[in-house]
Design a protein around this ligand. Structure first.
Ligand code: NDP
Length: 326
């Protein structure tokens, strides 16, 4: 099998490529060409969990499982809060073909999925981007949003000025043409923004629907377990909601589950999966004033497609380390 490190994945999966690969996976999922049992979580002490995400894809024919340590305090020690590995199998004889570092794989494929949603749903001229959160996903979402929309202004809102400023400095080296402001006031950051990405591990809503202007597109990415919510019920109710995969939305998206339980929305409020919109089977944005919202939970099909792509390209470019498993 081939082993791909963090650096290998970063080299093999630039954002523009990841967006194409993930878009293909999302279409395949919505066309029923994937088998995706729901993600399960195992408590491994304190707030730490092991996430297990199995799946099988018909195109490219492969299957596998992503094993991810979800350790929220890791960043303070210089590690990612998402460490782990993806084991990839080929579908003909069931052989293990690769072990891929799942940290960068997750960071890149999640941001790429938000870019696919943004490309599908945001107004074409959207140019003011608000990022709420300052961690690994926040960093990758900046590149992802800039890849699909003409962003000229970036507003970063964090829990501390120091972290928001640090992220802004990093982003400025990659995107010197963009005007960047930072702060801790989420409302000020999102008011009047064209695109909003929430990428935090908040327990309770940090964003209210009352703050969001008509025409905005939101990618709600963080707090992806049922007990947590980044946005309030008003936000859910005001928006046309799109998702990556309905079964995981109804099982694991805290704000959607609660809005349904309280009677504020019905299940039909979730209009479509992004893959259905991409395939022309569902309608996306229906007007310039509509608020669109993509609820991302992340699906193994995105990981499988990206891992399979990395393995194929690693062979072409001579990257990775080959290890015998027999
Ligand atoms: P990081 O640990 O790198 O960053 C977490 C961010 O959330 C930091 O900015 C942190 O602020 C902030 N945060 C933590 N707790 C709170 C809180 N109670 N209120 C407000 N902000 C808070 O994580 P990632 O960037 O990798 O992931 C961000 C979120 O996205 C997580 O919830 C993760 O589970 C989710 N995720 C979703 C995926 C998907 O496919 N939808 C895939 C991968 C991750 P500070 O630094 O100040 O603590």
């Amino acid at each position: 099998m081939i082993v791909l490190s963090s650096a290998d994945v970063a080299a093999l999966l630039p954002m523009e490529t990841a967006i194409e690969v993930v878009a293909g996976a999302m279409v395949a999922v919505s066309a029923g060409k994937a088998n995706l049992p729901l993600r399960s979580l195992v408590d491994v002490g304190g707030a730490n969990r092991l996430g297990i995400m199995p799946g099988a894809l018909a195109e490219p024919a492969c299957y596998g499982v992503k094993l991810l340590s979800l350790f929220p305090d890791n960043p303070a020690d210089g590690y990612s809060s998402h460490e782990g590995a993806m084991v990839l199998f080929e579908a003909r004889h069931g052989m293990v073909v690769a072990m891929v570092n799942a940290g960068p794989l997750t960071a890149i494929r999640t941001a790429a999925a938000s870019a696919v949603a943004t490309c599908t749903l945001a107004r074409p001229e959207a140019s003011v981007l608000a990022i709420v959160g300052t961690g690994e996903q926040a960093d990758h979402h900046i590149d992802a949003m800039l890849a699909v929309r003409p962003v000229g202004e970036l507003r970063i809102a964090g829990r501390t000025d120091a972290k928001a400023d640090a992220l802004a400095r990093k982003a400025a080296t990659r995107h010197p043409q963009v005007k960047i402001s930072t702060g801790t006031d989420i409302r000020a950051a999102v008011e009047g923004a064209d695109i909003v990405c929430t990428v935090t591990a908040a327990d309770e809503p940090i964003l209210s629907g009352e703050w969001i202007a008509a025409g905005t597109h939101l990618n709600v990415v963080g707090s992806s377990i049922p007990s947590k919510r980044e946005i309030d019920e008003e936000m859910v109710a005001r928006a046309a909601v799109f998702v990556d995969y309905r079964p995981s939305t109804f099982a694991q998206a805290g704000e959607i589950i609660r809005a349904i339980e309280s009677g504020r929305i019905g299940r039909e409020h979730v209009r479509a999966e992004i893959g259905e919109v991409l395939a022309g089977k569902a309608t996306g944005r229906t007007g310039a004033d509509q608020i669109t919202l993509y609820r991302s939970l992340g699906i193994a099909a995105q990981d499988l497609a990206c891992a399979a792509y990395c393995v194929e390209q690693a062979k072409v470019r001579g990257l990775g380390v080959t290890a015998p498993l027999e």
